[in-house]
Design a protein around this ligand. Structure first.
Ligand SMILES: Cc1cc2nc3c(=O)[nH]c(=O)nc-3n(C[C@H](O)[C@H](O)[C@H](O)COP(=O)(O)O)c2cc1C
Ligand code: SF4
Length: 529
């Protein structure tokens, strides 16, 4: 083992956005200046966003961290002892002992922030490709059975059982077949897919290859949103490395089986995350939703059988194959098995990625992880499940995050985004935002969504202006009913969710003369909590 100390500086876009490249450069320059050689590894982010750039040093007793580090902190950190334990205000001790991480159950995200995303050797040293090795020795039916038995449901939003989808594609007779990874990640407050692609892309490659073996596909596509150029680069590098090491290509680990992958970039449209609009876009056309049936599993990309799954779904496959279906299904509650990837965002001090077994509550997320609001004001509303998710009021903050428990009160878990708002939020304005978002992003194929969203904005404007409020609220409820029941896809069908939840739980915000949080516009905001 090399005696040169190792220092880790994340290379994912959330760390780079707050100066990680400059910090890595400053550390390299300082080590040269002091004649103190260092091995700098650009790991991925651990998902503790408020600590980025988070610098870690390998020590005999584990990895210790410092964060958030700015380039101008680097010389003082060296003076204090970096790359060893350093008494410095930015020191946060051993990473594995941080309560934020220690209280999580990281299965899908076990390697993020730990390994070098580009290194196949590092991946192998951390249980990488164990699932693929096992899958290569199994019949397709046995792989599909493992996935069904694990209880895994799609993490892209609809929570459809993954094994059942794969079974349909496996049984389809037509050839060729395809695996498509949905990496459009358009939901507000979400970043789990991005973290996988930039911090542990090999796990996605492994999951897609196993999907190919299961359904009989030899080609896969990863559809990445254009706003994620770092993800595209990380994936391309990882695909090349996996191919060079025999984990992709025409002879997977000498088995004679083949699987290839290509990365495709979207063009920045929310509705292209809807799976059939994504297929249109992948085929080179405008992203317009297709009517279902036929199901993509039978008639998908280029009219062929296609398994479409979200990044997190596919990245969860390797651990299921490596450790077994029962290992995975032992986590979770009810029919929501395994772990949920919470992306804690919005007005919180400690935003980040939290992977825990299904069943955690919003109150636990607030109390154990969020560290209060960034504004230091009380929390008023929490939107769960993206821009089409409901605003969850305090009366449901103790409801376990589980697909069925949320559906019971009209909520959605979706892709796991949890966006926190303090007591200055105005839910009428947020309801208008939902309608406006839908009007901008609607693909235009069906009337309830295309026209309904535009009318929804007009009605919301009248309500906010206090014009004929009660009648307009009645119209708004009617309109929401039409959109829920008459839209072709969940874009128009779910836009009313945030609107109706705002109306039901925060009716005071829709009354004439209120500014925010249902206060009369002449009233001063409550004192800071
Ligand atoms: C408007 C709209 C946007 C969507 N955006 C995404 C997305 O960005 N990523 C995603 O995985 N699924 C998205 N979905 C869900 C997909 O249609 C599909 O259910 C999912 O990709 C299937 O993968 P899963 O079974 O692994 O969840 C969206 C659905 C709708 C209606
Ligand atoms: S609901 Fe909206 S996005 Fe979906 S098909 Fe209709 S117009 Fe297109």
């Amino acid at each position: 083992m090399s005696s040169i100390p190792t220092v880790y500086v994340p290379c994912d876009s959330s760390a780079r956005a707050v100066g990680a490249d400059e910090v890595a450069g400053a550390i390299a320059a300082e080590s040269r200046r002091r004649g103190q050689p260092l091995h700098i590894v650009r790991n991925g982010s651990r998902g503790l966003t408020w600590l980025e750039p988070l610098v870690e040093c390998a020590t005999a007793s584990g990895r210790i961290g410092f964060g958030p580090v700015r380039p101008e902190d680097v010389a003082a950190l060296f003076d204090a002892g970096l790359p060893g334990p350093a008494a410095h205000p930015l020191a946060i001790g051993q990473l594995e002992e941080l309560p934020y991480l220690k209280s999580q159950q990281r299965l899908t995200f076990a390697r993020i922030g730990i390994t070098d995303p580009r290194s196949v050797d590092d991946y192998l040293a951390h249980e990488g490709f164990a699932g693929l090795r096992r899958a290569l020795s199994m019949a397709p039916e046995a792989i599909v059975k493992d996935v069904i038995d694990s209880g895994l449901r799609g993490r892209g939003g609809a929570a459809f059982p993954t094994g059942i989808k794969w079974q349909t594609a496996m049984r389809a007779a037509a050839r060729p077949k395809y695996v498509v990874c949905n990496a459009d990640e358009g939901d507000s407050g979400t970043f789990a897919d991005r973290l996988i692609m930039e911090s542990d892309p090999l796990v996605l490659i492994e999951g897609m290859t196993i999907a190919g073996l299961a359904i009989g596909a030899e080609m896969g596509y990863i559809y990445v949103r254009s706003e994620y150029p770092d993800s595209v680069l990380a994936l391309k590098e990882a695909i090349q490395a996996a191919r060079a090491a025999g984990y992709l290509g025409s002879d997977l680990l000498g088995s004679g089986r083949r699987f290839e992958l290509e990365v495709r970039m979207g063009a920045g449209s929310y509705v292209c995350g809807e799976e059939t609009a994504m297929l249109e876009s992948l085929e080179g056309r405008r992203g317009i939703v297709r009517a279902k049936p036929p199901l993509p599993a039978i008639n998908g990309l280029f009219g062929q059988p296609t398994a479409i799954n979200n990044v997190v779904t596919l990245a969860t496959i390797p651990i299921i194959l490596a450790r077994g279906a029962s290992f995975y299904r032992d986590f979770g509650v009810g029919r929501s098995r395994g772990t949920l990837t919470v992306q804690l965002a919005g007005n919180v001090r400690h935003g980040g990625l939290i992977e825990v077994a299904f069943g955690v509550t919003l109150r636990e997320l607030l109390d154990q992880w969020a560290g209060g609001t960034a504004s230091a004001r009380p929390v008023r509303a929490i939107q769960v499940g993206g821009p089409l998710g409901t605003y969850v009021p305090p009366s449901h903050w103790d409801t376990p995050l589980d697909y069925e428990a949320y559906a019971k009160f009209g909520g959605v878990v979706g892709h796991g985004s949890v966006v926190v708002h303090d007591d200055t939020v105005n839910l009428a304005k947020m309801a208008r935002f939902a309608m406006h978002f839908c009007a901008l992003e609607s693909c235009g194929k069906c009337t309830p969504c295309r026209i309904g969203a535009v009318r929804g904005v007009e009605v919301m404007d009248k309500i906010i202006a206090g014009q004929d409020t009660e009648r307009q609220i009645g119209l708004l409820r009617d309109l929401c009913d039409t959109m829920v029941n008459g839209s072709l896809c969940a874009m128009g069908g779910m836009t009313p969710y945030p609107v109706i939840s705002a109306l039901n739980h925060y009716p005071e915000d829709f009354q004439k003369g209120t500014d925010h949080a249902g206060r009369r516009s002449t009233q001063k905001p409550a004192a800071v909590a």
